[in-house]
Design a protein around this ligand. Structure first.
Ligand code: URA
Length: 211
């Protein structure tokens, strides 16, 4: 089976899984190129995403589209999804149990797509991968998660509310194509480095300082 077929199979499994929370809402599985080098991961669907069954189609989504285009990419060449794949009532924050329930499906999606870069949008998606990270401190850093670059970004919805967040998001978004171009170099560098200094925290060891 190719990646598209594997994702379709996963979607069918999710649809059948009645144990998943938020069942009254529509499933927003994710969309894009199954072979994408870059995977964007947001928090959870909102009103418009729930209505359309597609991720990032509301105001934050329009900004995400613009940011993608401004770095010379197309929305349908990347892949976009969320950690929680159904809308929490009134757009409340996703609960730890909801994040945990959807986690095996997100992991499977990542395994199938196997992107080079995971760009998280907002603190929930960032903390899913790096629980100790702080969005104001760590957004824009180039981190490793397994053999992928993990780049935490502000959520586009936050950028719609504040010029400072919007400036930071734009600035850090511009790192994505550079990180992708230099991916092999980063990976070789990572693999040639001495194993982690046990006395230092994981983040300190893994963090790239090239930008
Ligand atoms: N916010 C998110 O985190 N995800 C979406 O799909 C839409 C808005």
């Amino acid at each position: 089976m190719n990646k598209t077929e594997l994702l379709n199979k996963l979607l069918l499994e999710m649809n059948k899984d009645t144990s998943l929370p938020l069942h009254e809402a529509n499933l927003v599985f994710g969309e894009g190129n199954a072979d994408a080098d870059v995977l964007f991961i947001g928090e959870a669907p909102g009103f418009y995403e729930d209505r359309d069954g597609r991720p990032f189609v509301g105001r934050a989504g329009k900004l995400l589209d613009k940011l993608i285009e401004d770095v010379g990419w197309k929305r349908n060449n990347v892949y976009i999804t969320n950690i929680v794949k159904r809308r929490p009532p009134e757009n409340r924050d996703p609960l730890p149990g909801e994040i945990a329930a959807y986690s095996p499906y997100l992991m499977k999606q990542i395994e199938i797509i196997d992107p080079k870069i995971i760009a998280t949008l907002g603190r929930f998606a960032m903390n899913y991968f790096i629980p100790a990270a702080k969005i104001s401190r760590d957004q824009g850093k180039i981190l490793w998660w397994k053999n992928k670059l993990l780049i935490p970004l502000y959520h586009p919805a936050a950028a719609l509310r504040s010029t400072r967040f919007s400036d930071d998001l734009r600035l850090n978004f511009a790192k994505l194509p550079i990180a992708l171009d230099r991916f092999e170099e980063f990976l070789n560098d990572k693999n040639s480095r001495k194993p982690i200094d046990e006395k230092k925290g994981e983040e300190e060891n893994e963090q790239k300082t090239l930008f």
